[in-house]
Design a protein around this ligand. Structure first.
Ligand SMILES: C[S@@+](CC[C@H](N)C(=O)[O-])C[C@H]1O[C@@H](n2cnc3c(N)ncnc32)[C@H](O)[C@@H]1O
Length: 380
């Protein structure tokens, strides 16, 4: 695994790591698309102090390069993990800090150049392009990049529609660039929120564009809903990796005296969960939604129930390390005899992981594809 990113202008290479740090990390913190974007942006020869906007930097490669070039950098991200990685990599390389803003915030105005990683979700791409249209002019330099296989005709059409004249580069190390001139006629902007109905549970769920399963309710979430325990006691319930807050909402309803925490690393997920709990009449004094990497800096240790439908991707990479981190963090915050309820595909082997960590695990429900497991933080 390479940790050194050589820069085209020949300064000392950047040392880049993924976040959070893992012993024996095998995955790289930058890829060919980052290298290609940097190579192209170097040809612009922007002055030091030029205003550079970066969208969707993965682990800070683009931000570190732009900071090293002395640009005035604003980086927009939906991911707390990406933002932490960016800060950590800037620090490690002793580079000036940059401005980090959340994906839910409006873009600041006036940029000389834009560097973009094309987001995975086409809804997110549309949302970001229409935001970009309002802060760019035909004079703004714009380059976007991704793995070549992630750039489709529909992707290019979106750039053309929202921003203007769009051409692509040749593929290089399986990455491709998109060059855009922001000269399109102004299009009518769309609303950031879209909605999913779950009539069986009387839910009308709002989703910001980058939220997991924003087009329809995740099947695993749907199977989990009827398995959420109900009680009239005062308890504390945590939805870990809350997405649009569907599990948190159901827990709030079936546990009317409970206090609910909803946590996700995506700013758009947290904003959606906040919106959905409020719009379904849950008293704002009964819940708290926060953006964090698993339960980092979450200081409570009196949680009675953790609900978790874990992710199996980080950015574009399939991985189970986040699920494992979530289980370990859940154990740390659970009160004695508190329980963790997890849903996962059978083949993911969560059963073995939970048994190893908690010393116990029971199957609450299952079908051919999914299994819902319960592990109890038993008294030592
Ligand atoms: C499978 S989705 C579940 C969403 C929702 N709970 C549901 O059941 O529909 C997993 C969620 O975990 C979030 N996630 C991924 N990595 C995370 C991390 N390191 N810390 C917190 N949340 C994370 C994702 O953003 C995503 O919303």
């Amino acid at each position: 695994m390479k940790t050194e990113l050589a820069t085209p202008s020949g300064e000392s290479p950047l040392t880049l790591h993924r976040y959070p740090h893992r012993k024996n990390e095998t995955l790289q913190a930058f890829d060919a698309a980052d290298e290609y974007i940097i190579e192209h942006a170097s040809t612009w020869q922007l002055e030091a102090g030029a205003r550079v906007l970066i969208l969707n930097d993965q682990f800070g490669a683009l931000s570190c390069w732009a900071s090293a070039m002395g640009y005035d950098v604003v980086s927009v991200s939906d991911s707390v993990v990406s933002q932490q990685a960016t800060l950590e990599n800037l620090r490690q390389n002793q580079l000036p800090y940059i401005e980090l803003i959340k994906s839910t915030e409006p873009l600041p105005k006036r940029f000389d150049a834009v560097l973009m990683r094309v987001p995975k979700s086409s809804k997110m791409l549309a949302w970001q392009l229409q935001q970009l249209a309002s802060v760019t002019t035909p004079a703004t330099r714009i380059v976007a990049g991704a793995k070549a296989k992630e750039i489709h005709t529909s992707t290019l059409n979106q750039f053309e529609h929202w921003l203007g004249t769009t051409i692509t580069s040749l593929a290089k190390k399986k990455a491709r660039l998109i060059f855009v001139t922001a000269n399109a006629l102004t299009q009518k902007p769309t609303e950031p929120l879209s909605y999913v109905d779950v009539p069986e549970f009387s839910m009308h769920l709002a989703n910001w564009p980058n939220v997991f399963s924003a087009k329809k309710l995740d099947i695993a979430a749907y199977l989990m809903l009827p398995q959420i325990p109900s009680s009239n006691e005062e308890r504390k319930i945590l939805d870990l990796g809350c997405g649009n807050g569907v599990l948190a909402l159901q827990a709030a309803r079936t546990n009317p005296q409970a206090y609910i925490y909803a946590v996700d690393e995506s700013h758009m997920a947290v904003a959606s969960a906040q919106h959905n709990l409020e719009s379904h009449g849950i008293d704002p004094g009964r819940f708290e939604c926060s953006a964090r990497d698993c339960l980092t800096d979450f200081d409570h240790t009196d949680i009675d129930l953790v609900l978790c439908n874990p992710p199996f991707h980080q950015q574009q990479t399939i991985t189970d390390h986040i699920a494992w981190q979530m289980f370990c963090d859940a154990k740390r915050v659970l009160t004695t005899n508190g329980a963790l309820l997890v849903i996962g595909n059978r083949h993911l082997g969560y059963h073995t992981k939970l048994k190893r960590l908690f010393g116990n695990v029971t199957v609450v429900a299952s079908n051919k594809k999914f299994v819902i497991l319960k592990a109890v933080n038993a008294q030592i």
